[in-house]
Design a protein around this ligand. Structure first.
Ligand code: IMP
Length: 199
């Protein structure tokens, strides 16, 4: 296998995947690069289910548009807050509009004590090979929800997610990638692909 399609057009995700997977000598291509427009309904109840829905839909669309069955991987991620019974979870993107997510979460967390503020980011990655066989890996990052927004880097819930005393929005991209759920999932994908396709 010398090429793999990542089911994203997100430049940051693509850059990170390329950096982590580059030692394998496998070229990572994006949807845009293959002229694929595919945004399936992610209506699964787990991150893994949603990543699988995306990976399979994208592989099908690539076959239809380009006549090739290419290996694909897709990721799905979100924030699970202990005190909210794991919410927003798979609904993290739809929880509130961007720019309002942190404020809404902080208001739901009002009155929650320090010891109950645990949370984790989760990222599932589903890989589907050229024959349609799937495998999944995942990564987690455990931290806690702070009391105010801090930092200007990152996106989504980063300004309220604390790890080691700082929020993810107070870290550089490299620092965040070294501890993040997505970084961990990408490194797990690297190990999976190395086992299968490495020399
Ligand atoms: P997606 O899997 O990239 O679509 O992410 C789903 C949603 O989870 C995003 O819209 C964000 O709100 C949230 N999310 C996922 N990863 C992160 C992260 O690293 N930082 C902050 N929010 C995240």
């Amino acid at each position: 296998m010398n090429k793999i399609l990542m089911a994203t057009n997100n430049a940051g995700k693509l850059r990170e995947a390329r950096e982590i997977l580059s030692p394998l000598g496998i070229e990572v291509v994006s949807l845009k690069e293959l002229g694929i427009d595919c945004d399936p309904d992610e209506n699964g109840v787990t991150f893994e289910e949603n990543a699988g829905i995306k990976a399979r839909a994208v592989q099908k669309e690539a076959a239809r548009a380009n006549g090739i069955k290419i290996a694909v991987f897709a990721d799905d991620s979100g924030l699970c807050v202990d005190a909210l019974g794991g919410r927003p979870g798979v609904h993290s993107a739809r929880y509130a509009p961007d720019g309002e997510k942190c404020a809404k979460l902080l208001s739901e967390m009002e009155g929650v004590s320090e010891s109950e503020r645990g949370a984790k980011f989760v990222c599932s990655v589903v890989f589907v090979d050229e024959n349609g066989e799937a495998a999944s890996v995942s990564g987690e990052c455990r931290g806690k929800i702070g009391y105010e927004e801090r930092g200007t880097n990152g996106f989504g819930y980063d300004p309220v997610f604390e790890y080691g005393g700082r929020t993810l929005a107070e870290m550089s991209a490299d620092e965040k990638n070294s501890i993040s759920h997505r970084g961990a999932a990408m490194r797990a994908l690297y190990r999976l692909l190395k086992e299968r396709y490495g020399e």
